[in-house]
Design a binder for this molecule. Structure first.
Ligand SMILES: [Ca+2]
Length: 262
């Protein structure tokens, strides 16, 4: 059984790499998010979203899509990233059967841990990193203060957020006001910060980065909800978390970089 899985795994990798080799080298499509103040958190959500508080973030660049399988496979090919988990599971294998190779490679990579995301950023080059939780929420809100960047009503999701279907190629739906695709829905997205449910009560105003005590705060933040969530969990303020070394089948990431590091 394990050997079969290995063979299947290898075939998937070969499929990906053969298409990578047929393409030009990857460029990461990023957009500049102009710095500014915004209200982070919510007044009516779970306790870890409260209190809503004023935060300032510097300008930064962020990838307009989640990191795709195609992008991630190049890091795997280089030897700097390990293969994602779950690729040999029924869910993912089904996707391979259903999708053309190009579509499959356009799925957000999932089954990657927070630590895997660090490896990817390091491979990508100097300055690349995960967004902080504040940067992520600022980018996701697109200048709005509503539950979702399209307003407060869940009905808007059909135009903007992959939900209750299945993991879908990035850019399948419309972007938010900053031009970011799938910032809500499709794959959860790892953020840089350690998760502290009480952090908003003590957060600094300028460019907060979360707590730094690894023993007290072992989990890392994930944001945005996934294809497999209730719409409530896709709210811009919603906070989720996971173990930094664990690979979850609904969690991926997108990368960013500071303006001054460019
Ligand atoms: Ca997402």
């Amino acid at each position: 059984m394990n050997q079969m899985k290995h063979i299947h795994f290898t075939l998937l990798l070969m499929l990906g790499i053969s298409i990578i080799n047929a393409c030009d080298s990857s460029t990461t499509d990023m957009v500049l998010i102009p710095g500014g103040y915004f209200t982070m958190g919510s007044t009516s959500g779970p306790k870890d979203e409260q209190p809503a508080h004023r935060v300032y973030v510097d300008s930064f660049y962020i990838e307009i899509t989640e990191v795709t399988i195609w992008e991630y496979l190049q890091c795997v090919q280089s030897g700097d990233c390990r293969m994602p988990y779950f690729w040999n599971k029924r869910f993912f294998a089904g996707k391979v059967d259903d999708l053309e190779g190009k579509e499959w490679l356009s799925l957000p990579v999932t089954g990657v841990s927070w630590e895997d995301a660090q490896s990817y950023c390091k491979w990508k080059g100097e300055g690349y990193r995960l967004p902080t939780e504040a940067e992520w929420e600022y980018a996701a809100r697109g200048g709005t203060g509503t539950d979702f960047f399209w307003g407060d009503k869940k009905e808007g999701a059909s135009q903007y957020a992959v939900i209750k279907k299945q993991l879908s190629p990035v850019k399948s739906l419309s972007p938010n006001q900053f031009g970011l695709y799938d910032i809500l829905g499709n794959a959860w997205e790892w953020c840089l910060d350690r998760y502290d449910p009480h952090y908003y009560k003590k957060s600094q105003t300028d460019n907060p980065v979360g707590p730094d005590d690894p023993k007290k705060y072992p989990y890392r933040v994930a944001r945005g909800g996934s294809w497999n969530e209730y719409i409530w969990n896709l709210r811009c303020a919603n906070r989720h978390y996971g173990e930094s070394s664990r690979r979850y089948d609904e969690v991926g990431f997108r990368i960013c970089r500071s303006v001054k590091s460019k």
